[in-house]
Design a binder for this molecule. Structure first.
Ligand SMILES: C[S@@+](CC[C@H](N)C(=O)[O-])C[C@H]1O[C@@H](n2cnc3c(N)ncnc32)[C@H](O)[C@@H]1O
Length: 300
């Protein structure tokens, strides 16, 4: 913004070290949570399901795959809320260790399975297909989202769907995912400040043992996909929208909801204001002649 030296100085002034942790500390930090906390949080997860306005089925007869399941709380919550058998996949070993520990402590029926694999490389055993592919808060992290969305087709049953919720997107006001270590939040910080400077401050104040020099390489990844790119790759990889909603967190504030909807209609601005996305996809039955996806809004 003002040259790397001044940019670094500004960021260091507003950064704090309260959440500094090494990868080893993060690996060892798990295991203290109580199993009753998941029960207590079920109403919150129910609200998440309701945000899809009836497009997210939770039925015991369906097979689910949670892609980028993290530490598995959401995967287990979906099982408790009525989903059928669920498999969670994530490539961070500490996440899967924690998910398995928690699953062993909870009495979950139907069974929940956790697999530690990179989704780009993984194949379901026996080429099993899933009725509902889930991906929550992961699509802005997974490297090469186009290849990933194309590969999702290998996992889904013929009439299956993919339920995606993700964000903040990198180009939106808080898309750098670094709010936890700044005292002062500067909107669009990840775009205003050079990547090298941001990641240097990240190393010094937040993750001293993560050597990432690019956003894509930080532990867990950050792919910098734009909203317009998401729309393009959905179509390019042979999916179509059953449902699409953007910035649903604004639904309770009608003025902001209205403003967001107007901004999202301006093609050049949408990328900078699309904070979170809720989408339900299914395989294209036929090519969309106009090549257009639905217009995003609070939902439709
Ligand atoms: C922000 S977390 C979300 C976790 C969980 N879905 C939730 O909502 O709590 C994103 C997860 O995606 C995982 N991830 C990113 N790229 C992946 C890949 N290629 N294969 C498997 N997991 C991946 C990361 O390890 C991380 O746990």
């Amino acid at each position: 913004m003002f040259g790397s030296t001044l940019d670094y100085f500004i960021l260091r002034q507003i950064a704090h070290r309260r959440n500094l942790a090494t990868e080893v500390q993060l690996d060892n930090a798990f295991g203290q949570e109580s199993s009753s906390s998941l029960e207590a949080e079920l109403p919150k997860f129910r609200k998440l399901v309701d945000r899809f306005e009836g497009h997210f089925p939770l039925l015991p007869g369906l097979r689910y795959l949670d892609m980028g399941c993290g530490t598995g709380e959401l995967t287990m919550a979906f099982a408790k809320l009525g989903a059928g058998a669920i498999t969670g996949v994530d490539f961070l070993p500490r996440n899967i260790d924690r998910a398995r520990t928690l699953a062993a402590r909870l009495d979950i029926d139907p069974p929940v399975r956790f697999i530690c694999q990179d989704l780009h490389a993984w194949r379901p055993a026996g080429d099993e297909r899933y009725d509902v592919l889930l991906s929550f808060d992961a699509l802005e992290h997974i490297e090469n989202p186009e290849r990933f969305l194309a590969k999702m087709a290998d996992f889904v049953a013929p009439d299956g769907i993919a339920v995606l919720a993700f964000g903040p997107l990198f180009h939106s006001p808080f898309g750098d995912h670094m709010w936890d270590f700044f005292r002062l939040q500067i909107p669009w910080r990840g775009m205003l400040f050079p990547e090298q400077v941001m990641l240097r401050v990240r190393r010094e104040c937040f993750r001293p043992t993560d050597p990432a020099k690019r956003y894509q390489d930080i532990a867990g990844g950050l792919n910098m996909m734009r909203y317009s790119e998401f729309l393009r790759i959905v179509r390019a990889t042979g999916w179509e929208f059953d449902y699409l909603a953007v910035n649903t967190f604004l639904n309770r504030i009608p003025v902001l909801r209205f403003l967001s909807d107007q901004l999202m209609r301006v093609p050049q601005l949408g990328d900078y204001f699309a904070h979170n996305v809720y989408a339900v996809l299914r395989r294209c039955q036929q090519t969309n002649a106009a090549g257009q996806g639905p217009e995003p809004g609070a939902g439709h």
